[in-house]
Design a protein around this ligand. Structure first.
Ligand SMILES: [Cu+2]
Length: 279
């Protein structure tokens, strides 16, 4: 599927590129400015483009840069990340092809003594490039961006509410049973609503659990909301994906602003709550 998207994009971008070149060639220009080897340059760059796109796609398919998948919501962001990587492959391939070919072909043989002539983008090529890249950016903002967000937030049912507060430079979690914990313990397969905030007078933080993917700002004096269904038992002591990590640069100890996350079976959770409640 993703490879088909990348292939279609390559063809569309290629067709628009050819159109731009045809339009550009029709534009009146002094004979001295014409490059007689233009066709050779274009064919070689085109071939390099296909090679670089294929390499980028192969790399994107082969790599797995994702942390442990431990929530239902993780599927949305992993899908979006993959899709945009594949969509970026033909663009990356085109830029690399033009760059590498230009470097090899027009490299200066000796130390240049002056700057090259200024070149100003005119004609159809820069216009088409601008329209195309703007259109691509708008497309990914809508899908998977806005549609994915709407999908993630559609289901607002939840079985428990945990209030999480971020302040310089620690997190704390307030449970429905009335106690506060410096560790986030959650029962597996139960949908949780997180009310996230920061104290008045503090700075912006960002609630982020890599294994759940969900990330949302913690804003002083405001409550932001996230819904998460943990799907996999785990402990931050064994897997760094299980931690609430601040993801908004907030000062000296920002990188150390983390809280351990533990996803446990229901029975273990009940024991933990009972023990915490007694203290
Ligand atoms: Cu922070």
């Amino acid at each position: 599927m993703a490879v088909i998207i990348a292939a279609v994009l390559t063809v569309v971008v290629g067709a628009l590129g050819v159109l731009a070149l045809v339009l550009d060639r029709r534009a009146p220009r002094p004979a001295g400015e014409r490059d007689n080897n233009l066709n050779k340059h274009l064919v070689t760059t085109g071939l390099l483009w296909v090679v670089f796109t294929a390499l980028a796609l192969l790399g994107a398919v082969a790599m797995n840069p994702f942390p442990t998948v431990a929530s239902t919501e993780a599927a949305f962001s992993d899908h979006a990340f993959r899709l945009m990587t594949y969509m970026g492959a033909p663009i990356f391939g085109l830029v690399m092809a033009a760059l590498v070919y230009s470097l090899l072909t027009w490299r200066s043989k000796s130390q240049p003594t002056e700057d090259g002539p200024p070149i100003q983008g005119t004609g159809a090529i820069p216009v088409i490039w601008l329209v195309l890249t703007t259109a691509l950016a708008v497309v990914v903002m809508i899908y998977p961006g806005l549609t994915g967000l709407a999908e993630m937030r559609r289901d607002q049912t939840h079985e428990m509410v945990v209030k999480v507060t971020g302040q310089r430079w620690a997190w704390s979690a307030e449970y429905p049973d009335g106690f506060t914990s410096a560790e986030l313990v959650l029962p597996v397969n139960r949908r949780v609503k997180f009310d996230i905030t920061a104290p008045d007078g503090d700075v912006l933080h960002s609630f982020w659990v890599p294994a759940f993917r969900t990330k949302i700002d913690a804003v002083p004096g405001m409550t932001t909301v996230a819904y998460i269904t943990p799907t996999r038992v785990g402990d931050g002591k064994d897997d760094a994906g299980y931690r609430v990590q601040c993801a908004e640069l907030c000062g000296l100890a920002h990188s150390a602003m983390a809280m351990n996350v533990r996803v446990v079976e229901q029975a273990e959770y009940d024991q933990w709550v009972a023990a915490k409640g007694k203290k």
